[in-house]
Design a protein around this ligand. Structure first.
Ligand code: AMP
Length: 526
């Protein structure tokens, strides 16, 4: 089996010299075992039971042997689409042990996106759930007609059962700390996914440093309420950070209050850390009036979309938790407030490490004066230097000095705190889910056969609603028809338009691009 060999993102010696003092030799293949881990200690709780480190270590080893027997080799990529379930942990650690690279796909992705991922990574295997929340991932895999093994955590039908995997004992060769350990997806990517290669070194650093900065130790529990494939829940310090420490993880099947609140009640004998997007925090606040919950001793990291200070304060008052704010991206930049700081609700705080260089730049990428708005650019020990492969974004999103251009607007105040204020491009952020108009528009055009534009309409709860502007009265279609047509084409649910607006024509800018700002401004006149 020959997947691509994900290139080490930054082999340049200059980078390892600069970050050598914070990067260590920790390999993610050591998760679940090693001298710092008590095999009898509980590692993970789900709604199906609890697993000790020893149990998960043996499971990961069995799966690693089984994947090897299926032909998966070191440096092969494995697309993993599993929700917040125990198999996510064991499959990822099995991949790390082989030296294979898990590509972490959100559970919400559908045939269009999974097909692109398998192609773009030349995946050596696909690991999926069976029937999950009424959606059959086996049918999805079948529709793709893959020639690589498909492994199912659940009833496998014609595919391979994860529970049956096994093979002869093997000694795994240790990776190099600078090797790619896992691949994350950039939010809102288009037909060519932006694949984010994270190395053992930079991810291991992120796990350790975020825990240190938030005061999280092995006595804590991390509650994964949002999908674990999200960098925020996976590694800030998240699931992998707590497992690295030897602490406990609770996997909630979802972030809804009726799913997460009982788990908080059950596990609150230890301090809990969890991560939410602002819209979800609002829902938790609203539901606390109806559902019994006490979040005293819980720290809720909130980020992923713009937020309102008043609503964060209301959440602290209603839930009894401590809220911290974060700005972060799967590409690695992280800035956040710390739980003890009195102004923790006022801004996105400070960078993860003193070696991070956050700067704000103008349209020509020159740094602006302190306190002025501009684009957030970052270089640092957890931030990548390029996407995987020869993606065109490698020339536009990174400069020669290694700064990553985030596409986000922000300012850094006189105290050095970051404030984030929207995007410099048209990326839609719907409750933390990112949708690129350039991704959805071709799908819509193909589905309804008329010219369309997609834009994010400001929304008080979700941040943005997805609006599809159609340049003709597409044969009387309404938004439900369009959503159904996109769903049938295999487009992920979270991208489906919330509104359909018929316009006489699609306005263009002076350089001929669709003028989404003008379209959105036109909505105010209606
Ligand atoms: P992702 O690609 O899913 O990791 O999402 C990263 C993006 O989420 C950033 O580029 C921002 O656009 C957005 N984001 C993250 N944190 C914040 C925040 N605190 N405020 C506003 N937007 C945010």
């Amino acid at each position: 089996m020959t997947g691509p060999h994900p290139a080490t993102p930054d082999p340049a010696r200059a980078r390892s010299e600069r970050y050598g003092e914070v990067w260590d030799d920790y390999l993610l293949s050591r998760l679940l075992a090693g001298p710092e881990i008590d095999p009898a200690a509980v590692a993970v709780h789900t709604d199906r039971g609890s697993w000790t480190y020893g149990m998960l270590d043996r499971e990961a080893e069995r799966i690693a042997r089984g994947l090897w027997a299926l032909g998966v080799r070191d440096r092969d990529t494995i697309v993993v689409q599993l929700g917040n379930r125990i198999e996510f942990v064991t499959v990822c650690v099995a991949a790390f042990r082989i030296g294979a690279v898990p590509v972490l796909a959100m559970p919400s992705l559908r045939a269009v996106e999974i097909g692109r991922l398998v192609d773009a990574t030349d995946a050596g295997a696909l690991v999926i759930g069976g029937l999950v929340d009424g959606f059959d991932h086996r049918s999805l895999a079948r529709s793709l007609g893959l020639r690589v093994p498909v492994v199912v955590a659940g009833e496998p039908e014609e595919f391979v059962a994860l529970s049956e995997l096994d093979g002869p004992d093997r000694q795994w060769l240790p990776a190099d700390p600078g090797d790619v350990a896992l691949v994350l997806l950039s939010g809102g990517t288009t037909d060519r996914p932006k694949l984010i290669p994270r190395t053992h070194q930079d991810y291991g650093f992120q796990l350790r440093a975020t825990a240190q900065q938030l005061g999280v130790t092995r006595d804590w529990t991390y509650l994964a309420a949002v999908p674990v494939a999200h960098n925020a829940a996976l590694g800030c310090p998240g699931v992998l950070g707590l497992l690295r420490l030897g602490g406990e993880v609770v996997l909630s099947p979802g972030p809804a209050p009726h799913q997460a609140f009982p788990l908080i009640g059950r596990h609150r004998r230890r301090p809990i850390l969890t991560t939410l997007m602002p819209a979800l925090l609002d829902i938790w606040t609203a539901c606390s009036a109806y559902l019994e919950v006490d979040l005293t001793g819980t720290v809720v990291e909130v980020g992923g979309a713009s937020m309102d200070r008043g609503r964060l304060a209301a959440a602290e008052a209603a839930l009894g938790c401590v809220v911290t704010r974060w700005f972060g991206m799967a590409e690695g930049p992280l800035s956040f407030t710390r739980p003890g700081q009195p102004d923790r609700l006022d801004h996105e705080g400070r960078a993860l490490s003193v070696l991070d260089e956050f700067r704000i730049t103008d349209a020509t990428h020159r740094p602006v004066r302190v306190g002025a708005w501009g684009q957030i650019e970052v270089r640092g020990p957890s931030t990548i230097r390029s996407y995987l492969g020869d993606h065109p974004a490698n020339t536009t999103h990174f400069d020669a000095a290694g700064f990553f251009r985030t596409g986000d607007r922000g300012l850094i105040d006189a105290e050095g705190n970051l404030q984030v204020g929207g995007r410099i491009d048209d990326l839609i952020n719907r409750g933390g889910e990112k949708i690129a108009p350039e991704d959805l528009e071709p799908q819509l055009r193909a589905a309804i056969g008329v010219d369309v534009a997609v834009a994010g309409r400001p929304d008080p709860l979700f941040g943005h609603r997805v609006v599809a502007f159609v340049a003709a009265d597409a044969a009387g279609l309404d938004v439900d028809d369009v959503r159904r047509m996109l769903r049938e084409r295999g487009v992920a649910e979270y991208k489906l338009p919330d509104e359909l607006v018929v316009v006489s024509s699609l306005p263009r800018t002076a350089i001929g691009k669709i003028d989404r700002a003008a379209l959105l401004a036109g909505l105010d006149d209606r």
